[in-house]
Design a protein around this ligand. Structure first.
Ligand code: KG4
Length: 343
């Protein structure tokens, strides 16, 4: 079964054809980084307009690369939430138009479910149950994946996401957007013990995350030193900050594995490309004798293949959207759009 996956939740216009949820036939990503770089971050209005300009070409190229036409596609999957609303609406409306015109089923895919599904493509043998640590630019989540479309949230961020904290730290250090990846690069030779950052704790649910205090502490460190005319070594600041963020992520993951009573761990989301996080989680998994699954680096960021993969499992579960499908800026991973299609 061939699914066309469409992604436009942030700054990547992407489309892909995936067979039976696991076999990628094409994966086209048009990134907007060049256009947002001068603003130091994603400008939502510009992102929406660029999606509008590029989506036709990206989808056509995905079909062409997969050596198929729309007739060969069995269903059209699209990210409907969460994300930038104007950006999401471009993909949602384009997918609705395609489904209506072709008479193919429309599948609404939750963006975080799609990030998890990137692992089904990387690891053909991977099946639920497992615990997933999902770290992206907009979300940080620890959940138990009971089935392809059944998720139990163990912990989530109360404020900023880990990626947001990395991006702000990078921006304050004067690094270009996208911050997280550049922070990772410049921190490789830094001293991770040079600066100490707080290890946050959320009283109401110790499994929840809070990154806003950590973010403020790195910003304060840099602003205070600037006011005093003292220059800090960016590599040391970056390494110390990444060390604090990743320690926090790994500590909560260890607790989540105990709560879930599972020994299979999956990492997902853009920040799962971080070299320190990957190394620490591998070491922790080895120590605890967990089975560990990391997404291929090419599938950590936003892409259409992960949408098509999750779309396959939503389709198998009978989750078909109708023509009233709308984009949603925020949506719990447990919610899903499951109305029947009426063409
Ligand atoms: O999953 P993603 O592509 O978009 C969302 O769905 O949010 O994640 C983007 C986030 C950004 O915050 C970016 O800075 C971060 O992932 N990121 C990284 C690395 N690569 C991407 N953060 C730390 N180290 C990296 N190597």
């Amino acid at each position: 079964m061939k699914i066309l996956g469409i992604e436009s939740s942030c700054d990547e216009t992407a489309a892909s054809v995936v067979e039976d949820g696991r076999n990628v036939l094409s994966n086209v990503i048009s990134t907007q980084i060049e256009k947002h770089i001068i603003y130091g971050g994603v400008v939502p209005e510009i992102a929406s307009r660029l999606h509008s300009e590029n989506i036709c070409y990206v989808v056509q190229k995905a079909l062409l690369d997969a050596d198929c036409s729309l007739e060969d596609i069995d269903a059209i999957a699209v990210t409907y939430a969460p994300g930038l609303i104007g950006a999401l609406l471009v993909g949602v409306n384009y997918a609705k138009g395609l489904a209506l015109g072709s008479g193919k089923p429309l599948i609404a895919v939750h963006h975080l479910r799609a990030h998890i599904a990137a692992n089904y493509i990387t690891h053909k043998e991977l099946e639920p149950h497992f615990v997933c640590l999902l770290v992206s630019g907009g979300n940080t989540l620890l959940c138990k994946v009971n089935d392809y479309t059944e998720f139990e949230v163990i912990g989530k961020t109360c404020d900023d996401a880990a990626g947001e904290a990395m991006d702000k730290a990078a921006r304050t250090l004067g690094l270009p957007y996208p911050g997280g990846v550049n922070l990772d690069k410049i921190s490789k030779d830094g001293d991770k013990n040079k600066y100490s950052f707080p290890r946050p704790h959320v009283d109401d649910n110790p499994m929840d995350f809070s990154f806003s205090g950590l973010k403020t502490s790195v910003i304060n460190l840099l602003h205070n030193s600037e006011q005093k005319g003292v220059s800090l070594d960016a590599a040391d600041v970056g390494a110390s900050f990444i060390n604090a963020v990743t320690d926090y992520l790994v500590d909560n993951t260890v607790s989540a594995m105990k709560i879930a009573e599972l020994d299979k761990l999956v990492l997902a989301g853009g920040v799962s490309a971080n070299s320190v996080l990957r190394a620490k989680i591998k070491e922790t998994a080895n120590k605890n004798k967990w089975q560990l699954f990391l997404p291929d680096l090419s599938l950590c960021g936003d892409n259409g293949a992960m949408v098509a993969s999750q779309g396959y499992y939503e389709y198998m579960a009978g989750h078909i959207a109708d023509m009233s499908l709308n984009g949603k800026a925020s949506e719990n991973i447990n919610d899903n759009y499951t109305k029947n299609i009426q063409l």
